[in-house]
Design a binder for this molecule. Sequence first.
Ligand code: MN
Length: 206
Amino acid sequence: MPSARAKSLLADYRDKRDFSRTGEPKGSRKRATGNLFVVQKHDASHLHYDFRLELDGVLKSWAVTKGPSADPSEKRLAVRTEDHPLDYADFEGTIPEGEYGAGTVMLWDVGTWTPDGDPAKGLKSGKLAFTLDGQRMKGGWALVRMRGRKDENWLLVKERDDHARDSNSLTKPKTSVTSGRSMAAIARGDASRKPASGKGSRPGDD
Ligand code: MN
């Protein structure tokens, strides 16, 4: 079971959802990965990319409206959203019509993250720098909180390194990193296009 702290952090997540209707995880399982990151492409009322970092026993989450850019000059708005349970990192499928976040969810990237300095302090002070080792997002990145807003608006920015690009091609891949499916195939409930063993290559999977 998740720790008492993680449980209290997930109160908002649970309040927003009716688990008799949505197939999203309740957050009862614990994955002791420690440094998981996941990006879920989410075709809700507005298409966005949910960027999540494992911290404090939960997935700290931001909705990135336009998706990440490998171009350091393209700062992408990332609106902080409620903490999600660790088992959300395995969720790909559809959230039913009429439910919170209704629409298709794709596992667009999965990997590990390494914070630069103390991540709890960074989250509080509004500057979180880290290195990503995903299948699509790699190298140095930063999340920087904007001042003077009621909502938690952050910017997701690529650092200048070998993984930076002048023009953004990062969001060109249109299939799931775990199932190989397109958004349409996920919405239809088609079978995975990748062998189940492909999932086992992910860090922290048992
Ligand atoms: Mn979302």
